[in-house]
Design a protein around this ligand. Structure first.
Ligand code: ADP
Ligand code: ADP
Ligand code: MG
Length: 472
């Protein structure tokens, strides 16, 4: 039985995992570096261990972290997302040290983390993939020959990429030649590996991904799909479940493909199989994420299933509690990634003190946040500081609820993506549930908004800023 879990992460996802532990009667152990001394996950966990002054490196030191797990008496480790979550080494170290890693085996993480190996495994299992390279590109000549064969536009992608980085669209040979070295350099810098591959670019696709759960007894189910087509620079901004853009027949089809993918690779724990849907209604496998995802909240909202708790049960060797026909969904859920960024200024990150924060509430509103009034957003990490998830019975209602909750949510001290999301929600194409991954780029006018602040809140914010400045 798992009794104590080391949470190998920070921010809202660390808080999310601590909450799951608390509801299950499991003790939680946080880790933190100097920059996170006053962070929420440190306050909420039962115990917390300091991992040094280096803000990011502490969260990436697998040996150290597993050591803390062992010495603090943890029998399991949850990696969250980002950081070490897709690092096969930590899964391996955990296995060696007798700590249950809450995720798939090191082998499966390694296989799916390499997009070429993942593609090849899916092709072998009969799952449709975008036409592309069989292996890593040897040189720019190979890239050019292959692009000529499959036809432009093409995507150059970092084989070990993630988080939307290391991906470039090339519309012609000139762009391919210009981007080739750039992608290699991005891949080396961001992922420590220079490998790149090429696949056909699906023009204006929808990003549709399927949540899966698989246990150690060979059972696998899917929990329907999420539509993550609202993206900027290949990074998700708003995620929706179920997709308002597909039919029940398409839902059953990709759900089946995702479960097939799990069986094909011997998958265990929660995972996501990402697909692109092209304009002729063809689905193509894109990648598999072997971890909990940022946007898992929308699936939880429509199914009522706590995915983090299910992850823990699976790691504990339990059988899935649901058969495919026993899971259902109701209504629509929408998640907004509230980033400390200035949409009017090229989405530039805005770090600093959140002088005041008023959380939204009311029916169908969920907040997953690492911020609070007085919290200082550190400059070392991702700019996402909260997630707002809303649920309602119909598409029209969930859009209205999103608008209302974003309106209720007031953040002072740093600029956020909230006003930009308000503009997206007003757009007729979005309201008509007709959008693809090109939506953000094709609507640059949406950043021309005016922020209306009620005068009494403006006065309060100014007073708070002065007080903060004077160290009161
Ligand atoms: P999701 O797939 O859950 O939507 P994202 O792609 O937005 O997640 O990534 C979540 C976080 O993890 C981000 O901070 C992102 O930068 C980070 N991340 C994702 N994949 C990788 C990777 N391969 N290497 C480093 N960081 C990653
Ligand atoms: P990451 O590991 O960074 O999440 P993905 O392979 O999932 O990378 O791609 C991220 C995003 O980039 C997708 O959601 C999609 O918008 C875009 N993308 C990736 N591959 C293609 C492709 N072949 N055609 C069109 N868009 C793509
Ligand atoms: Mg992806």
């Amino acid at each position: 039985m798992i009794r104590k879990i080391l949470v190998a992460n920070r921010g809202e996802i660390a808080v999310r995992i601590v909450r799951a532990c608390s509801e299950m009667g499991i003790k939680s152990v946080a880790i933190y570096t100097d920059a996170d001394r006053h962070a929420l996950h440190v306050k909420k966990a039962d115990e917390a261990y300091h991992l040094g002054s280096e803000p990011v490196a502490g969260y990436l030191n697998a040996h150290n972290i597993v050591n803390v797990a062992v010495t603090s008496g943890c029998d399991a480790l949850h990696p969250g997302y980002g950081f070490l979550s897709e690092n096969p080494e930590i899964a391996e170290i955990c296995a060696r040290r007798g700590v249950k890693f809450i995720g798939p085996s090191a082998d499966v993480i390694a296989q799916m983390g390499d997009k070429i190996q993942a593609r090849n495994a899916m092709i072998a299992a009969g799952i449709p993939c975008v036409p592309g390279s069989d292996g890593n590109l040897a040189d720019v000549e190979e890239a050019r020959d292959l692009a000529n064969k499959i036809g432009y536009p093409v995507m150059l992608k970092a084989t070990n990429g993630g988080g939307g980085r290391g991906i470039r669209r090339c519309d012609n040979e000139k762009e391919l030649l210009a981007n080739y070295d750039r992608v290699i350099s991005e891949a080396s810098k961001a992922f420590g590996k220079p490998e790149v591959f090429l696949e056909k670019c699906v023009v204006n696709p929808r990003h549709i991904e399927v949540q899966v759960l698989a246990d150690s007894h060979g059972n696998a189910i899917h929990l329907f799909e999420r539509d993550c087509s609202i993206q900027r620079r290949n990074q998700k901004l708003i995620e929706i479940a179920p997709s308002p853009q597909i039919t029940q027949e398409q839902r059953d089809y990709i759900g089946g493909l995702a479960v097939k993918a799990c069986h094909a690779v011997g998958y265990e724990n929660a995972g996501t199989v990402e697909f692109l849907l092209d304009q002729d209604n063809n689905f193509f496998f894109m990648e598999m994420n072997t971890r909990i995802q940022v946007e898992h909240t929308v699936t939880e909202s429509i199914t009522g299933i706590d995915l983090v708790q299910e992850q823990i049960r699976i790691a504990d060797g339990m059988e899935l509690r649901y058969k495919q026909e026993e899971v259902g969904f109701r209504g629509f859920a929408m998640e907004f990634r509230i980033n400390a960024e200035d949409p009017k200024n090229g989405f530039m990150p805005c770090f600093g003190k959140i002088t005041r924060y008023y959380a939204p509430g009311g029916p169908g509103v969920r907040i997953d946040a690492a911020m609070f009034s007085g919290y200082v957003v550190p400059p070392y990490f991702d700019s996402m500081c909260a997630k707002l998830t809303v649920w309602a019975l119909t598409w029209e209602e969930v859009v209205e609820r999103g608008r209302r909750a974003l309106n209720d949510m007031l953040v002072y001290g740093v600029k956020t993506t909230i006003p930009y999301y308000q503009e997206i929600l007003k757009h007729p194409d979005f309201r008509n549930a007709d959008f693809n991954t090109g939506f953000v780029e094709s609507h640059p006018e949406l950043v021309n908004y005016v922020v209306k602040v009620p005068p009494e809140l403006r006065a309060a914010a100014i007073a708070a800023a002065i007080a903060a400045h004077e160290g009161i």
